[in-house]
Design a protein around this ligand. Structure first.
Ligand SMILES: Cc1cc2nc3c(=O)[nH]c(=O)nc-3n(C[C@H](O)[C@H](O)[C@H](O)COP(=O)(O)O)c2cc1C
Length: 389
């Protein structure tokens, strides 16, 4: 028997594990791959692996980030959070700052245009206990750019020394930024921005390899990312289109970046932080049953987070909670089912569900039936072509 072959779920122990949230079989595969990861230090911030979860609005919530860390992400960054919402004590905005007590290597990302407003917000963010604070300088969305925030900050680098200095001196936590390569093809200035960032004490920079003008079109330009990474005096995190195991493995070998960030890939393949660590000829695979297990845990984390939030004195109980949770879980289910044979019928059924329990039952049947079915390679499909960075 091939001792490396742990992909067959039949006759294996699916009872709960003592080491983590998943059943024993899945947890053992995860632990085995997790042990191969190396820690990475970016400035003063340490991460458990060089593969990090990218910030994603309405997706990178505390329960999702916690799940991704369990599934091998070396660290995570929250969705973008408005500095003005924080400063105006907007209830919903402040809720976005709440971390799960189980999260380890998490950064909270804020966005805004004015140095003073950002500094004031950063002080509040600090109280919520992230490991670092990240500034969004990549959001291409017109509503954000129109105010001078997000990728608009790349347009006039002369304002950045004051911008960074003001925020930096208001907090004791490490500060990082996430940028695009430039505003447009004619003004690629990532390297210049990184130099300014270094002068002002920013600890590391994540670069999404597209310009603002590109939005999500074409491919991320890794030549530019690598050029910056090999010439910059700050640790660089490379980001963009890392959806395939092979691409990630290659990039891990050749890159001048100190870490890589994955956004959309793990939404459809939640094991993408671990599978690059599978060795040649080693048969560790993850099937439909494993994916259902991931969903079960995501749901549990969402419920725990809501219960925990509800204990806070200022909490507002939302009677439509199950409905909201169902909408959230349905979107994950559809992403996770994308590579399976009968996804079209599944999608239709899931869109009609009225409760979380109903969605879960349909998902359980689907992922267990499709447990060992052949899956399509969907890593080249265009997927989610709008976002906030
Ligand atoms: C739905 C969605 C939401 C996003 N939200 C944010 C965000 O809040 N902050 C940010 O800096 N980038 C955001 N991004 C950009 C991602 O962090 C990442 O840079 C981009 O998706 C490219 O990486 P990928 O090809 O691995 O997805 C978002 C992207 C998507 C698709």
């Amino acid at each position: 028997m091939n001792l490396n072959n742990v992909n067959n779920n039949q006759n294996c122990d699916l009872s709960p594990s003592n080491n983590g949230p998943f059943n024993k079989l899945l947890q053992s595969k995860i632990d085995r791959l997790k042990n191969r990861r190396n820690k990475v230090q970016l400035g003063t911030v340490s991460f458990d692996s060089p593969l990090l979860l990218a910030p994603m609005s309405a997706i990178g919530t505390a329960p999702f980030r916690r799940l991704m860390e369990d599934l091998g992400a070396g660290g995570t960054v929250s969705e973008l959070i408005s500095c003005h919402g924080i400063n105006y004590k907007n209830h919903k905005t402040r809720e976005m700052l709440l971390l799960s007590p189980h999260e380890k290597n998490v950064g909270l990302q804020i966005f805004g245009e004015g140095a003073e407003a950002m500094a004031q917000a950063a002080q509040v963010v600090q109280e919520y206990g992230p490991k670092f604070i990240d500034i969004n300088m990549g959001c291409p969305v017109r509503k954000v750019v129109g105010t001078g925030a997000g990728s608009s900050l790349l347009k006039d680098p002369s304002i950045l020394p004051h911008f960074f200095k003001t925020i930096k001196k208001s907090i004791a936590l490490p500060l990082s930024i996430k940028i695009r390569t430039g505003w447009d093809e004619a003004s690629i200035n990532a390297l210049e921005i990184v130099h300014i960032a270094r002068e002002e004490g920013i600890e590391f920079v994540a670069i999404h390899g597209r310009t603002r003008a590109q939005q999500y079109e074409g491919q991320a330009n890794w030549e530019i990312i690598e050029h910056v990474a090999s010439n910059a005096a700050l640790p660089i995190i490379g980001n963009g289109d890392l959806n395939k195991i092979k691409t990630i493995q290659n990039r891990m070998q050749v890159s001048h970046c100190r870490a890589l960030m994955l956004g959309r890939g793990p939404l459809r393949d939640p094991f993408l932080f671990l599978t690059p660590y599978i060795e040649k000829d080693e048969a560790i695979t993850f099937n439909g049953e494993d994916i259902f297990e991931v969903i079960r845990v995501l749901l549990r984390y969402n419920r725990e987070h809501l219960e925990w939030q509800a204990l806070r004195p200022e909490a507002k109980i939302d009677p439509a909670m199950d409905h909201k949770l169902n909408i959230n879980i349905r979107k994950h289910l559809i992403w996770l089912a994308a590579s399976f044979q009968h996804v079209a019928t599944f999608r239709e059924m899931i869109f009609k569900t009225q409760s979380v329990d109903e969605s879960l039952k349909i998902a359980e049947d689907f992922f267990k039936d499709e447990r060992n079915s052949k899956r399509r390679d969907i890593t080249d499909d265009t997927f989610m072509t709008s976002g906030h960075g």
